[in-house]
Design a protein around this ligand. Structure first.
Ligand SMILES: C[S@@+](CC[C@H](N)C(=O)[O-])C[C@H]1O[C@@H](n2cnc3c(N)ncnc32)[C@H](O)[C@@H]1O
Length: 730
C-alpha cells in the first residue's frame, strides 16, 4: 500500500515488455536438451572476470539493480531419499526437474547480485552457473558459498538467462541443502584428502573459534556436529549453551530457546542459560515471560552487562504491549538510526479480526472508540528502509505475472522475510496466514527436518500486504508538498505489519496509519461504535484523476464500493466533466494573480457544490474542500476572520463533518460527526483557532483541541504538536 509502483512509467513499461519477450523466447525452448556452449575453463574464466568487474564497481556509481520474479513454481516437498540424482548434461531448458536432485560443488568464489552466484560442477565435471535467491545477504557471501562448497539442489530448474547462457535458478531456500565437507553424501573425490574423523572436543573448539570470529552460522554447524558425536551429559549441556549463544547471535531465537530449555536447572550452566533466555524471549517479543525469567535470576546475573538494562526495558515494553502507553518523542530520535529498527512492543488495542462480507477478513472494533484513539501500534514483522546514503542505487522489482514494477526495498524485503521465517519457523504461520489471493500454497510444512518455504507465496503476501512508508509521518508532514514530490523517495522504504494487514480499504476510511521508523500507528479517524469495520486507504484518493485512483485496486483484485466510489459511478459523466472544468478554472483563479478574486472563487465553489447531489454528511465532497481551505487562509491573511471561519466550516462540512455550534455565536463547538480525514485539516483547525481569537475567543481553545486531535490522527501522536507549531511559526 503506497509502495512506489512505477508500472505505468513509460521506461518501465518498455523494460517489462523486454523481459516478457525474453521469457516468451525462453519458453519456446522449454524442454530442449541443454547444449553446453562453452568449455569448462572458459565458463569459469568468464565468471571470474565478471565477478572482478562487479567487485571493482565503486559504491559511488549509479546503479539500477533489477530483480525479476519469474513465473511461480512450488518448492520441493519430497524428502531427499525419495528423489533420484540427475546430472547437469541431462537437464532440460526451462524445466523443473521434479523428483530429482543435483549434487554439485562450487568451483569459483561467489559473486553477489540480487542473488548469490557461482559456477558449480557435478560429478562428471560439467559446469553451469548457479543462482541462489533469497539467501541471507547479511552474512558475507563468501561464508554462505565458499569455493568448494558441496550442495544439493532439489528439483532443479534450468533457466535460459538474459545473456543467452544457461543457469540453475533456485528461488526456494528449502530447495538447497548445503553439505559439510565430511558429510557422507559428498563424493569421496570432493572431500579433503586428509579428512580425519574429528571428535566432540575438536568440533567444540572449532565452534568456539568461529564464535570468536563472529561466524555464528558456521559455529552452529560445528556445535551440532559435536552434539552428533555423542558427548556425555556434561559436555552436551555446555555444547547446547554454546550453540544457544551462537543461535542468539544469528537471530535464530526459537532454536536458541530449544537448546536453553534442555539445560537442567541443577547444572552449573543454568544461570547463564537464564541470561540467554532473557535475551531470546525479549527478541521474540515475549515480554511477560521475559519478565518472569528475570525475576528468577540470581543477584550475580543482575549485574551482567548483557542484560543489565533489561528489567527497565521489559517494564517499558509491557506498558506498551498491555496498555498502549508509548513515549513517542524518543522514538523519533531512535528512528534516525539506520536501519530504524525501534526497540518497542506491539500494542493491539480494542480490535479483532473477523469475517468481512465480500472482503475476506477485516479488522473490527471490539468496543466504541473516539476519534484519535489508538487502535494499533505495531512493530514491523520486517521493514526495509531505503538507505539515504545509497539513494544512487535503485532496485527495481519486476513481476512478469502481475505486470508490476516497484522501486525501492520491496525485493530485499522478500529476501529478509524468507530468511527470518526460515530461521524462526514458529513465525511462519502468522505470516502465511496473511492474505495471498487465490494462490494455493503447498500443504507440507517441513521435510528432512527443515521448513518448506515457498518464496513465491512470500512474494505474493508482500505484494498484497506491504506498506510503503516514510522515515516518519511527521517528517513527511513537515516537508512541504514540493519537497515531497521532488525527493519522491519517501515510500522507497517498506514493511509488513501483520495485524495492520487485516485492514481493508475504503476511500471513505475511518482510520489513519502513520509511521515512526519501523512502527506503524493506527488511530481511529472518527468516533466508531463497537463492531465497526476499520478501514483505511491503500492509495490516497485523487479527486483530479479518480478513474486512475480506482484502477489502482486492480493490484489487490477488488473494486472499491465505498460510498464515494458509488456516488462517483452514479454521477452522470457530463456532471463529472463539469466538476473537473470548474476545478481547473478555480485553480487558475487561485494561481493567476497575487490578489485572487475571492468572490469569484466563492461563486465557483457554489457551482462545484451544485455538481453533488447527495448531502456532504453522507458522501464527502472531495472536489471542494481544498478550495475552501485556500479561501479560509486567504481571508485570515486579509484580516477577515468571520469570512475565514465560514470558509473553514464550509471545508469541514464538505468533508462530511457535522459540527454543532458552528454557526451559532457563543454556542459550544462540538464535532457531532467526524468526516473525511486529511492532514491539511490540522492547519485548517488552527486557522479557525486564530480567527476565533478575534471573533469568538471562548472557542479558540476548542478549535486548537480539534487541531491537536487531527494532528494525532495524521502524524500518529500529539507529543510533538507544540514543537511542530512553535518551530513552524518562528
Ligand atoms: C491487505 S489484505 C486485507 C485483509 C484481507 N481482506 C484478508 O482477508 O486477509 C488486502 C486484500 O483484502 C481485500 N480487500 C481489501 N479492501 C477491499 C475492499 N474495499 N473490497 C473488497 N476487497 C477488499 C482484497 O482481496 C485485497 O487484496
Amino acid at each position: 500500500m503506497n509502495t512506489h509502483n512505477v508500472s505505468s512509467a513509460p521506461g518501465c513499461i518498455q523494460l517489462l515488455q523486454q523481459h516478457k519477450k525474453r521469457l516468451q523466447d525462453a519458453q519456446s525452448r522449454k524442454g530442449q536438451c541443454l547444449c553446453i556452449q562453452r568449455p569448462r575453463d572458459e565458463t569459469i574464466l568468464g565468471f571470474n572476470l565478471r565477478r572482478a568487474k562487479n567487485q571493482g564497481r565503486s559504491s559511488l556509481d549509479h546503479s539500477v539493480r533489477s530483480s525479476i520474479i519469474p513465473p511461480a513454481y512450488h518448492p520441493c516437498t519430497r524428502s531427499l531419499r525419495n528423489l533420484q540424482q540427475i546430472m547437469i548434461k541431462d537437464l532440460r531448458v526451462e524445466t523443473h526437474h521434479r523428483d530429482t536432485y543435483l549434487l554439485l560443488r562450487s568451483v569459483t568464489p561467489p559473486d553477489e547480485m540480487t542473488a548469490i552466484l557461482a559456477i558449480v560442477e557435478d560429478e562428471n565435471g560439467d559446469v553451469l552457473m548457479l543462482q541462489l535467491y533469497n539467501q541471507d545477504m547479511d552474512r558475507p557471501v563468501e561464508e554462505t558459498l565458499p569455493e568448494g562448497t558441496a550442495l544439493i539442489v532439489k528439483e532443479p530448474f534450468l533457466k535460459l538467462m538474459s545473456d543467452g547462457e544457461y543457469g540453475i535458478r533456485v528461488d526456494h531456500v528449502s530447495d538447497v541443502i548445503f553439505l559439510s565437507a565430511v558429510d557422507e553424501r559428498v563424493p569421496l573425490c570432493w572431500r579433503p584428502q586428509d579428512s580425519p574423523n574429528f571428535d566432540v572436543s575438536h568440533w567444540k573448539m572449532r565452534g568456539d573459534e568461529l564464535c570468536d570470529s563472529a561466524k555464528y552460522q558456521l559455529a552452529i554447524e560445528s556445535y551440532t556436529k559435536a552434539l552428533d558425536g555423542l558427548p556425555n551429559s556434561e559436555e552436551s549441556t555446555i555444547l547446547r549453551l554454546s550453540r544457544a549463544y551462537a543461535l542468539l547471535k544469528a537471530r535464530r531465537f526459537d532454536e536458541a530457546l530449544l537448546d536453553l530449555n534442555s539445560i537442567p536447572q541443577t547444572s552449573p550452566s543454568a544461570e547463564k542459560a537464564l541470561v540467554y533466555k532473557v535475551q531470546a524471549l525479549y527478541n521474540l517479543h515475549r515480554y511477560r515471560e521475559c519478565h518472569q525469567v528475570l525475576s528468577c535470576l540470581g543477584p550475580e546475573s543482575s549485574d551482567n552487562p548483557a542484560i543489565k538494562d533489561y528489567p527497565s526495558r521489559v517494564l517499558r515494553r509491557l506498558e506498551e504491549q498491555e496498555h498502549g502507553k508509548y513515549q513517542f518523542k524518543p522514538m523519533y530520535q531512535a528512528s534516525k538510526a539506520f536501519p530504524p529498527d525501534l526497540d518497542h512492543a506491539t500494542y493491539i488495542g480494542p480490535v479483532a479480526v473477523k469475517p468481512s462480507s465480500a472482503r475476506g477478513r477485516g479488522l473490527f472494533t471490539t468496543e466504541a472508540v473516539k476519534a484519535g484513539d489508538l487502535l494499533l501500534c505495531e512493530k514491523a514483522f520486517a521493514h526495509l528502509s531505503a538507505n539515504p546514503e545509497q539513494d544512487k542505487n535503485v532496485t527495481l522489482l519486476m513481476n512478469i505475472e502481475t505486470d508490476t514494477m516497484t522501486v525501492g526495498t520491496q525485493s530485499d524485503l522478500i529476501r529478509v522475510i524468507t530468511q527470518r521465517l526460515y530461521q524462526n519457523p514458529a513465525l511462519i504461520k502468522q505470516f502465511t496466514d496473511l492474505h495471498h489471493g487465490s494462490d494455493s500454497p503447498v500443504n507440507v510444512s517441513d521435510v528432512d527436518g527443515k521448513p518448506v518455504l515457498d518464496s513465491f507465496l512470500i512474494t505474493r503476501i508482500v505484494s498484497l500486504n506491504a506498506f510503503g512508508c516514510p522515515p516518519s509521518s511527521r517528517e513527511y508532514y513537515l516537508a512541504d508538498k514540493a519537497t515531497r514530490l521532488e525527493t519522491g523517495n519517501q515510500f522507497h522504504s517498506c514493511g509488513v505489519w501483520p495485524n495492520s494487514s487485516y485492514i481493508n480499504h475504503s476511500c471513505d476510511s475511518n482510520a489513519q496509519r502513520s509511521f515512526i521508523g519501523d512502527m506503524i500507528i493506527i488511530r481511529a479517524a472518527k468516533d466508531l461504535d463497537a463492531d465497526t469495520e476499520i478501514t483505511f486507504w491503500y492509495a490516497t484518493p485523487d479527486v483530479d484523476d479518480f478513474e486512475a485512483h480506482r484502477d489502482k485496486f486492480q493490484h489487490w483484485g477488488f473494486q472499491c464500493d465505498c460510498i464515494i466510489c458509488q456516488d462517483y459511478q452514479n454521477t452522470d459523466p457530463t456532471i463529472l466533466e463539469k466538476r473537473q472544468t470548474l476545478r481547473t478554472e478555480v485553480r487558475h483563479y487561485i494561481q493567476s494573480t497575487r490578489q485572487p478574486d475571492l468572490a469569484r472563487i466563492e461563486s465557483t465553489v457554489a457551482s462545484l457544490a451544485s455538481t453533488y447531489s447527495r448531502p456532504a454528511r453522507e458522501v464527502p465532497r472531495l472536489g471542494i474542500w481544498d478550495v475552501q481551505c485556500v479561501l479560509a487562509k486567504k481571508y485570515l491573511r486579509l484580516n477577515q476572520p468571520v469570512k475565514a471561519t465560514e470558509a473553514v466550516f464550509g471545508a469541514l462540512e464538505s468533508l462530511g463533518y457535522v459540527i454543532q455550534g458552528a454557526k451559532i455565536p457563543g454556542a459550544p463547538l462540538v464535532i457531532m460527526q467526524w468526516g473525511f480525514m486529511v492532514d491539511q485539516l490540522i492547519e485548517v483547525w488552527l486557522v479557525l483557532a486564530e480567527a476565533f481569537h478575534t471573533v469568538s475567543p471562548e472557542l479558540e481553545a476548542r478549535a486548537e483541541r480539534y487541531a491537536r486531535i487531527t494532528y494525532k490522527i495524521c502524524v500518529g501522536e500529539d507529543e510533538t504538536f507544540e514543537d511542530t507549531y512553535i518551530t513552524n511559526s518562528t
